[in-house]
Design a protein around this ligand. Structure first.
Ligand SMILES: [Zn+2]
Length: 181
């Protein structure tokens, strides 16, 4: 009794899928002057990887930073509004936390094993700490900005009352129309 009914349902569903896919396929989201369509999914892991590489969280192609730590107001490639970020002092905080957990255990280990003079500690750990901070700050800031973008925090949410216009004197970047892959 159940089998024919189940088969009928399965056949109907299986028959309807290709038709629906055909109907949906040509309907691409309309190109807007700025940024991707609002309905587009924002995957956190992908955004974090793009941010760590210093790339735009939306497209992964444009540079996130216009200089060492200055976030571009717009993605130069897709035009995504990046000035909505509120990274503030979170990147230095995360950097200090991470570098501290690398350098301090190493320092304790070297002290326990070799008992070197203080000047040896100074020439080992001061340059290492400085280098690690300078190396880790941009990727950590990129990840934080990308996380805010992916979670639609602050002005990254088009519906947010926090959403502000561009900073003074900043000209919006018109989104480049590219073929959808
Ligand atoms: Zn982009």
């Amino acid at each position: 009794m159940d089998t024919p009914a189940t088969m009928t349902v399965t056949t109907t569903l299986a028959g309807s899928e290709p038709g629906e896919a055909r109907d949906r396929a040509p309907q691409e989201p309309p190109a807007r002057p700025n940024g991707p369509p609002p309905a587009r999914t924002r995957a956190v892991p992908e955004a974090l990887l793009r941010g760590a590489r210093g790339r735009c969280p939306a497209c992964g192609r444009g540079r996130l930073f216009s200089s060492y730590l200055k976030v571009s107001p717009y993605c130069p490639d897709c035009g995504e509004e990046l000035y909505h970020h509120r990274a503030d002092d979170a990147p230095p905080y995360a950097t200090i936390l991470l570098v501290g957990h690398i350098v301090v255990p190493l320092m304790v280990l070297v002290e326990e094993i070799y008992r070197p003079e203080v000047w040896v500690h100074l020439i080992l750990w001061l340059p290492l700490t400085l280098a690690l901070c300078l190396i880790l700050l941009p990727p950590l800031k990129g990840m934080l900005v990308s996380l805010q973008w992916a979670l639609r925090m602050h002005g990254f949410d088009p519906q947010s009352p926090e959403r502000e216009g561009p900073p003074d004197g900043v000209v919006p970047v018109v989104r480049a129309v590219r073929p959808v892959r």
